[in-house]
Ligand binder design. Sequence first.
Ligand SMILES: Nc1ncnc2[nH]cnc12
Ligand SMILES: [Zn+2]
Length: 331
Amino acid sequence: MRDFLKRLPKAELHLHIEGSLEPELMFTLAERNGVALPYASVEEARAAYDFTDLQSFLDLYYRGMSVLRTAEDFHDLAMDYFRRAHAEGVVHVELHFDPQAHLIRGVELETVMEGLGLARRQAERELGMSTALIMAFLRDRPAEEAMSVLERAAPYWELLDAVGLDSAERGHPPLKFRDVFQRARLLGIPRVAHAGEEGPPEYIREALDLLEVCRIDHGVRCLEDPDLVARLRDEGVVLTVCPLSNVRLKVVERIEEHPLPRLLDAGLRLTINSDDPAYFGGGVLDNFLACEQAFGWSEEVFIELAGTAIEAAFMSRERRLALHRQLAESV
Ligand SMILES: Nc1ncnc2[nH]cnc12
Ligand SMILES: [Zn+2]
């Protein structure tokens, strides 16, 4: 099964590039930039990744990314991830990035865009991998700040495949960002949002109705609201689910209790993703393998999930057709 899952052409739609920062690279960049880390070693860093909820992870996630300072750092971060993903049979990656987390510590948007842009072109050239870029707003910071980041990104609007919404969910409903997302809509930029990870089903409704998103990131708490599940099914809304993340952040106790099988039975369109692979113990292939072990899914289920990811991805028609063909030939 491992060989089969590795061979499947996988599109990853939910990945925070800052969450792909492995401790080894964190230490290399800390030394390169003279940044002090709260860990004495790589092992000590990994041992600290023991989370009780989303916030306890975010505290370490924002601290870890303090080593990212130059365009070269962002390039190295992204290329490091693209190479690992490529080795797992990932053919398309959609990267969320958090500009506010860099701006507030004095790292300019230009620096981030230059480094990520270089890596994206290199991944296409050297690995034959396609990528998409999702600029995420931090929902636990003011909406006015998100709006000013969107305006500041004007030179890059054409490069953004979507804007997203992430960080601490509880107490920060999508409603707070209605104006920012409506501005993005007027600019012709597609929208996605994290909703229903730790937050209530109502946040998923708000993301659909007020932010007019085309996909929901996580969305697993929709099961608490049968009417919402029916709506997601009827409208064909795709959820980008991250099973290992949900276990590590205690959204669920154990992978065997993950709602994925119930979501599938409800007829929802799902994809499997890694979220923050350096912190949650694995990439897309590990997430696929964990599902196989926990739920005993057949090859057909994984083919369907891989197909949904290709359908729901931000990519050209030519690329989509090529990947559907690659999927058909891989099985
Ligand atoms: N799982 C997650 N939820 C919300 N914000 C995030 N930022 C990085 N990972 C995240
Ligand atoms: Zn996420």
